[in-house]
Each structure stands twice: as C-alpha cells, then as structure tokens.
Design a binder for this molecule. Sequence first.
Ligand code: 13P
Ligand code: SF4
Length: 358
Amino acid sequence: MLKYIHLNIIVIINNIRKTMISEELSYPSDFNAEVKNATEKLYKNVSKIIPEVEWPFHAPLIHEINKLKKEKNIAILTHNYQTPEIFHCVSDIVGDSLKLAYEARDSDADTIIMCGVHFMAETAKILSPEKNVLIPDHRAGCSLSDSITAKDIRLLKERYPGVPVVTYVNTSAEVKAETDVCCTSGNAKHVVESLGTDTVIFLPDEYLAKNIASQTNVKIISWKGRCEVHERFTAKEILSYKEQHENIVVLAHPECSPEVVAVSDFTGSTAGMSNYVKDNQPEKVIMVTECSMSDNVAIENPNVDFVRPCNLCPHMKRISLKKIYDAIRFNQHEIVVEENIINKARLAIDRMLEIGRK
Ligand code: 13P
Ligand code: SF4
C-alpha cells in the first residue's frame, strides 16, 4: 500500500513538473479579434511578402512582444538581414551595423535586444555597459569574427610596429580591445584615410580590404577572413543575371570579392544599398547580399522589381519571434564583457563613431 502511495506521489509530481515546463515553453498562438485588430496595420505593410495563411502564426507573438517591450522599456534593435516579421513588425530601430551602434549608444531603454549577430550585441554592450543587453540566440556568430583572435592582432603589431590597426566591427570585443580604430562597411575608406599614415593593418575581411585598397593610396596589410555568405557570389553569376535582365542595376556589399564588385553598379553597406534603391527607384535591381535584405527593401519600394539570388546567413537566421519572446520573458541571453575589455574596446569604437559615415 505504502509503495502504491509513493508511486502515485511521484506520478503527480512529474505531471506538475511537465505542466510547468510546457507552460514555460508555450507561446502565444490565439489569433483572436484583439490580436487581429492590433496587428492589422502591420500586416498590411508586409502582405506582399508574408502570405495571409502564415499571418495567424506570427501575429499573436508579434502582439505579445510589442506589448511586453513597452511595459519593460525594451528597445529592439534589428539588422537589415532579419526576416520581415521581425524587421517590420517588432523592431524599434532597423539599420546597418553602424546605425545600430549609434542607436545602442544613444538609446534610453533599460534593455536592448539585438536582433542580429553576437558582435553587434557586444558592440551595444561596450557602448552602453550600464544597460541590460540581450541576444535572442547566443550562438548567432559570424565567420569574419571567428577568423581572428586578439593574439593574432598582438602578433601582427609585433611584426609591423607603429602601423595602426583598423578592425571591422565584425570582430569580438577582445579583438576590438587590441585595435586603434574600428570601422564598418559604411565608413571603412573614410576611417582608413582619417589616420593620416601611408600604411594601415586592416582586419579581418580580405575582400573588404582589397575593395578599399582599390579606392585609396594608403597601403593595406590584410588578413584572410571571409564572409561565408558574400564569398559565394561570383562575377560569372552576376554577369549571367545581367544577360537575362536588360537594364538591371546591380548593388553589391563590399564583403563580396573585387571581381563581383567590378561588375556591379554600386557598392555600399546594407544601409547604402537600401538608400540607393529608395533614392533612385531603379526599374529592376539585384542586391548581391543576404537574402532577407531584398524582402525588407522590396516592402518599402513597391515600384521596384527585385531579382533575388538567395544566400542566407545561418547566424542571422538563428533569430526568430519565439526566441525574441523568450529573450523578454526569461531575460536571455545576457551579453557580458569584462570591464577592462570594455574600456579598451570602447576607445576604438568611439573613434569610429566620431569619424562618422561617408
Ligand atoms: P553592414 O554593416 O553593411 O550592415 O554589414 C554587416 C554585415 O554583417 C554584412 O554581412
Ligand atoms: Fe558575418 Fe557574413 Fe553573416 Fe554578415 S552575412 S553576419 S559578415 S557571416
């Protein structure tokens, strides 16, 4: 009898535990009248890209995230490569990595959720150490950031004493701490030339370094890092799009190879490309960059026809509405950077922000 009671208690405890776990893991899913009304305007914005049958799956989460972020004074900062339901429906600020850095520095929210990759969240933490900075998936990395360590930089400085080090923001906080000044694709040439030296060490993107070297007289010592998304595009592929589509305008990110850049009409950061479309309204365009970018820009430019080669960034695509919702309710995943690293890395980022965009 005692054994029977004991077994029953174990079953009851297990059931309670299961219920608690499933409640914790459950997500808003009721597409009721309140949700429908509250999200109707948002859906109108994205209806060209998100099919109507999919909206009832996104809308309850979007509605809940938007309610919670107001209650908790959270700012959602989102990179241009995020999917449209994130980019257009829950974000407070959207942009390229340079804009996200300025906004992280200037935001008056208590918590920043970075919908992008880890180096972007770390940059936000370095610029706003007093804020709670979260990334919805801490595994969202970057092949460029992974290509170089702080020790590599120290060795390069030994090999080229006195030569200033410019690092792309797509690097870890430890690498930034060994750096004289950071840059993004939105200001790389400007940063290189601002140093007033005839040589700079420019890390870690080999292609960005070559693309900048072709526009300046400053000698550039580079590294062998590559973006796993942009290195996949080839000049042959771009030329074949040009053959198939008369008068198509080709916009390329400078992380593409110099051969791809050479057959493009314009090269710029993700914000640069987006602004090009907004300002010039080309009839037909191809954005040689991450896949979701075309979706987001197409929504804002309904008269422009987009040809879409699709290379996805697996790191950017780790972020989802469910993970943003979890980030809010479980306060995860918190970005922690050591104080001495923050202090050193901050100098390099502040110099970049003072130089600004060109
Ligand atoms: P942008 O600074 O142009 O937004 O680029 C960031 C990035 O990771 C591109 O792959
Ligand atoms: Fe890094 Fe390339 Fe992804 Fe940008 S697109 S985050 S550079 S891997």
